[in-house]
Design a binder for this molecule. Sequence first.
Ligand code: GLY
Ligand code: MN
Ligand code: MN
Length: 459
Amino acid sequence: MVGVITVEAMGNVAHAGFACTFPQELYARRRAAFLDAIVRERGGSADAVAIFASAPVYTRNNDVDHDYRQDSDLFYLTGFSEPDSVLVLTAKDRKATLFVRPRDKERETWDGLRAGVDGAKADFGADVAHVVADLPIELPKLLENNARLYYRLGRDRAFDDKVFAALDRTRARARMGVSWPVDICDPSPALHEMRLIKGSEDLDAMRAAAKITADAHVRAMAETKPGMREFQVDALLMETFRREGSERTAYANIVGSGENATILHYRAGNRQVQDNELVLIDAGCEYGYFASDVTRTFPANGKFTKEQRAIYELVLEAQEAGLAASVTGSTLDGIHDLCVEIITRGLVKLGLLKGEVPKLIEEGAYKPFYMHRTSHWLGMDVHDVGGYYVGGKARPLAPGMVLTVEPGIYIARDEDRVPPEWRGIGVRIEDDILVTEQGYENMTASIPKTVQEVESACA
Ligand code: GLY
Ligand code: MN
Ligand code: MN
């Protein structure tokens, strides 16, 4: 068994990119498991080749690029973080071929060291490696005499073209007696089924991400004061993430003060946090390419008002019920329905909705206040891969799955169906939950959450 590499053990392998990742044997096991899966799904036929391309580089302007992050599928199978790379897996000989950028003194002077062909083999488990410029020559050969090509069409049109060109070249050699892939299959179901069930190494990384994220939220609660601007709160989060070894956020941090807390994907802006206001922070870091995703809502001055507290306690009741239901056999739909029921019942009790609870639920009367789903898968991507429905039915939870539970109530500033004192209150509470054999593990449980805990963390 191998664990995630900690900050202390990161070493200084410059060409390995950011180093909080796993030892190579794990990636080899994943490649083998993927090949087993695509062979199994066709009754034992190994007549298959799979292609995974790196994430494209996006130009920001002139010679400046947007921050680069490797494609999650390619990283999951290689740990390789450089752009312009392609992994080809051939099922018959069970070989991994990596296409990579060549070593290049001048480019490395500007952009940093590259693994190159030798590094791809020595450090990234490639059985065979080529420079990526040779893809048009080498890829057709790898496709030869394979009936099935596993490649995810449609995500990167420029790369799709390279695959089509290779297919065409292979087909053109038919008169020499070679056959070509006639069956184009999507590798996503097989690979994403693997990514959905987290292994112990994945969980090490997720717990590391959760721990850093917890520290950032606790610090934000303690240090946010009326008068600070949202971007200054954001800076506290970012400083904690980076200092503790996270390479980047798992998504853009959300820091909403006052009525901005009612905007679901608001970004930290210029607004000054006011006394008597709530601050909603939805922020999670990435560690070793695994995400965390946490929301806490707290009073800027350390004390909830009566209305804020009533909404907060209602969201908390829904969230705790959602957590308790995050066990084997439950479904995300079931968890959502439970939260909707608690929130609707609570809004009626507070006088913010009027009518019979079942009818209000049926009519969706809660939707102006609770307009998003309660849960999503969490993993390498914040809204992670893996089927939500199987055979048209909501998928039952199983050990190894990780989900968020994140109910909220958002009362818009111009919501004139409720009395003015309720307007502009936004509350969401979100934790990262691992389904276990025994029940569940809340990976972000250490972050203050009850009214008392939050008020003392803010004091
Ligand atoms: N931070 C995005 C989400 O909670 O889904
Ligand atoms: Mn979130
Ligand atoms: Mn989420």
